[in-house]
Ligand binder design. Structure first.
Ligand code: XMP
Length: 419
């Protein structure tokens, strides 16, 4: 089905997704192209209309520049945001004026995605690396709906997941959806490779490399399927469309997949979706809220939240403390205020007192930040009473911890993760 498409030409707006999100929320499909795009590329979308994303509201980085393409030659209506501002009402009126069909809905997306996966894959086999995050979860359910048993999901459990996460992944995908999920319990192997390693970058590298080795082995065991599923989402594509004049977000590549397995092709079912659209699709597909609304979790997992050498004992302490903090964040309603929140097991130990006896135990730090793009972030002002409850719960439930602190640093100068 060919849908009405709006082409958004971006002049390097600070938030290059702003206009597209408005248009999509108005149920009209759109794509974003940089102002350097040649006219053929824009014409290939057969756009119903064009929106120029520039002007004061956009905080554009290429002020004044004209589009490389001769937009008028496309012969379609043009809305210039430099003239009307980033206004939902103006964009809404424009979409009505040009007669753009309001057909971009979650249901329509799901139906089209399934049809397109079926067409691409045919009767071939498909492999997917399941992380438990919302992107790979949505991909798994879509591909499974499209080609059922032709899909194998490999969940490489590095032993650095949060409390109860591996069990949840298995329960949801195997039991609820009946997906063929291979759970690789890699804890001993990962921790073995990480023994004695304290440098954060070295830890990342070892986790990433071990991940690739394990995934390659599983791909071989699965008979080297023809297609690999990738959970690329639209912001990744918009960001990579800009070559100059913009800080390129460094995509931490743990969970990056091996290059030397010979796949016939890639299946990228959600590459035109924004994150909030992915979450809506997740809910529509029946994924639990804990997965659909899951906060971002780094590829190296708790490996970068447990300072210094990683041991099972330290990771278990962190898992308990982190679970309590997340529970209280949800309970208090503060979870909705934070983009990411978690506990860190600092390498620090300090003196305390319990039942009249001296203790010498770990310090747990709590972090909760709010951010749009994860390049900068503000720490969240959590209520003192809530922090007090978390501290009391952690120090009584986790005997190896006698001190809890809250991180009141924004990014910059700190980063979100501690390592
Ligand atoms: P930082 O700590 O750089 O984090 O302020 C920014 C965002 O990136 C995530 N992060 C990672 N994600 N592999 C990942 O997949 C990594 O090695 C990694 N390090 C940081 C972090 O959780 C935050 O969302």
């Amino acid at each position: 089905m060919k849908k009405d498409t709006i082409a958004i030409i971006d002049f390097g707006a600070i938030n290059s997704q702003a206009a597209a999100k408005i248009v999509r929320n108005l149920n009209v499909y759109c794509e974003v192209l940089p102002c350097t795009a040649p006219v053929e590329k824009i014409a290939a979308l057969a756009p119903k209309a064009v929106i120029l994303q520039r002007g004061a509201d956009c905080g554009e980085r290429t002020i004044g520049r004209e589009p490389a393409a001769d937009i008028a030659s496309l012969g379609v209506p043009v809305l210039d945001l430099a003239a009307c501002g980033m206004s939902e009402a103006k964009i809404d009126a424009f979409l009505t004026e040009v007669g753009a069909a309001r057909e971009w809905t979650t249901d329509a997306f799901i139906e089209e995605a399934i049809a397109s996966i079926r067409e691409t894959v045919g009767d071939k086999r498909v492999l997917l690396a399941m992380s438990g995050g919302v992107d790979s979860s949505v991909c798994a359910v879509l591909v499974h709906r499209a080609v059922g048993k032709q899909l194998t999901c490999v969940f490489v459990d590095h032993g650095l997941m949060r409390k109860d996460e591996p069990e949840q992944v298995c329960r949801v995908f195997r039991d609820q959806f009946g997906i063929d999920l291979v759970h690789v319990d890699g804890e001993a192997r990962f921790l073995g490779n990480l023994k004695g390693v304290t440098d954060p970058e070295q830890k990342r590298k070892i986790i990433g490399e071990t991940f690739i080795r394990v995934f390659e082995e599983e791909a071989r065991k699965a008979g080297e399927p023809d297609y690999l599923v990738q959970g690329t989402i639209y912001p990744d594509i918009i960001e990579s469309g800009w070559d100059g004049g913009k800080q390129v977000k460094s995509h931490h590549n743990v969970g990056g997949l091996p290059k030397n397995i010979d796949f016939k092709g890639l299946v990228e079912p959600i590459k035109y979706l924004f994150k909030d659209e992915v979450r809506r699709v997740a809910l529509k597909l029946g994924l639990p809220e804990s997965i659909a609304m899951r906060q971002p979790f780094p590829g190296p997992g708790l490996g970068v939240r447990c300072i210094g050498e990683l041991t099972k004992e330290k990771l278990d302490i962190l898992r308990e403390a982190d679970a309590i903090f997340r529970e209280e964040m949800a309970e208090s309603g503060m979870a909705a205020q934070a983009s990411q929140y978690f506990a860190i097991l600092t390498g620090n130990r300090s003196v305390g007192v319990k039942d009249d006896a001296r203790t010498y135990a770990y310090t747990v730090a709590l972090r909760a930040v709010r951010t749009g793009d994860f390049m900068t972030a503000k720490f969240v002002h959590l209520p003192m009473e809530m922090l007090e409850t978390v501290s009391e719960r952690i120090t009584s439930a986790v005997p190896q911890v006698n001190r809890v602190v809250y991180d009141v640093t924004s990014k910059p100068p700190a980063t979100i993760e501690w390592e």
